[in-house]
Ligand binder design. Sequence first.
Ligand SMILES: Nc1ncnc2c1ncn2[C@@H]1O[C@H](COP(=O)(O)OP(=O)(O)O)[C@@H](O)[C@H]1O
Ligand SMILES: [Mg+2]
Length: 265
Amino acid sequence: MPSGKSILLQVKDLSKRFGGIVALDGFNIRIHSGELVGLIGPNGAGKTTVFNLLSGVLRPSRGQVFFDGMNITGRRPDENTYLGIARTFQNIRLFKELSVSDNIKVAFDMRLGKGFWPTLFHTPAYRRSELEMERKADEYLELFDLAAIRDTATGNLPYGLQRRVEIARAIATRPKLLLLDEPSAGLNPSETDELQNVLQDIHRSQGLTIFLVEHDMKLIMNICQKIQVIDQGHMLAYGPPDEVRRNSQVIEAYLGKSAREKQHA
Ligand SMILES: Nc1ncnc2c1ncn2[C@@H]1O[C@H](COP(=O)(O)OP(=O)(O)O)[C@@H](O)[C@H]1O
Ligand SMILES: [Mg+2]
């Protein structure tokens, strides 16, 4: 365990049922400030459910979530954003008709717990702070190398850039914890390499704590300090990439299964 680093996220016995389906059963994890941790497992393992529970999209059937020393179990997504948890979605969720710059600006209201509406409807309070927001948005556009396309509607961008805008927007809420759900999904190999660089950059330069769901093994093994493996809602293994890679249960349940799936595909 890294000494001197505080625990940012602690999850105890987190569980979620959907009717008769147990999507997640007794999930535990402890993530320290500044760590980059991966969450892997076959399709349907419960990875997105973990993120939905942590971000407040779903309420747990059992268990507790502590963030920054506070019990946040069952809090709403906007409350969690305000406290410093940001996320991206497996399927990109941007305002596709809005420009890159406007999508980033939405984050500033999310951070204040105001939701999207003041930004979208241009209320008087919004207009007063518009210049200030413009200046702040510029910082993130520069940081993510998006300045050249600031006025482009996000729906017209290639997938890799849309992902980058979505991550930039999440970072613009100034989170303590960033949850990324399959950020490489739909990206080609060179876009995936770029994504890896972006993630490593923000992790290093901002000292940001990142919890990452990924199916791209190369990406996850390259950048994560620890990896949690789950299968059918159960925890299988937790440790550094080399240890997880050699774990026989993981090979059997995760890699073995996906290899079989590939053979049958
Ligand atoms: N909103 C929901 N309603 C019903 N079942 C769900 C819901 N979300 C997820 N599930 C089920 O929970 C299990 C875990 O899903 P999910 O967390 O999306 O897996 P993963 O992200 O690892 O692929 C699956 O069996 C899925 O069908
Ligand atoms: Mg998922």
